[in-house]
Design a protein around this ligand. Structure first.
Ligand code: FES
Length: 109
């Protein structure tokens, strides 16, 4: 796992924000003290996920067509068959980190 330092963030009123780390644009969300990281755009038609809302069941709701995705695992809980990429996220003493496996051309070796 390769971790990328984000630091502190400016949360929007909907408890989400957009961050950049390791050349990727990502969405961060916070719910009940837990942090979640997932793709910047919706896998359906590229809605900006940080402009959506968090529902009471632990999903992020896309602002465009209202498809729902589990914050915990990216599953499309409204049933359309999509999946949003999720990332590991940790809050440490020096700020927030997001992480993912780096896979190079020969990463399978
Ligand atoms: S663009 Fe997100 S549900 Fe259609």
């Amino acid at each position: 796992m390769h971790w990328h330092h984000i630091g502190t963030v400016d949360w929007q009123p909907n408890n989400m924000c957009v961050v950049e780390a390791g050349g990727k644009k990502l969405t961060l969300a916070r719910r009940d003290g837990a942090l979640f990281a997932f793709a910047y755009k919706c896998p359906h038609a590229s809605g900006i996920m940080a402009d959506g809302v968090l529902d009471g069941a632990g999903n992020v709701v896309c602002p465009v067509h209202r498809y729902r995705f589990s914050l915990a695992n990216g599953r499309n809980t409204s049933g359309e068959g999509y999946y949003i990429k999720t990332y590991s996220v940790e809050e440490r003493v020096d700020g927030i980190y997001v992480g993912w496996e780096e896979k190079g051309l020969f990463g399978w070796l």
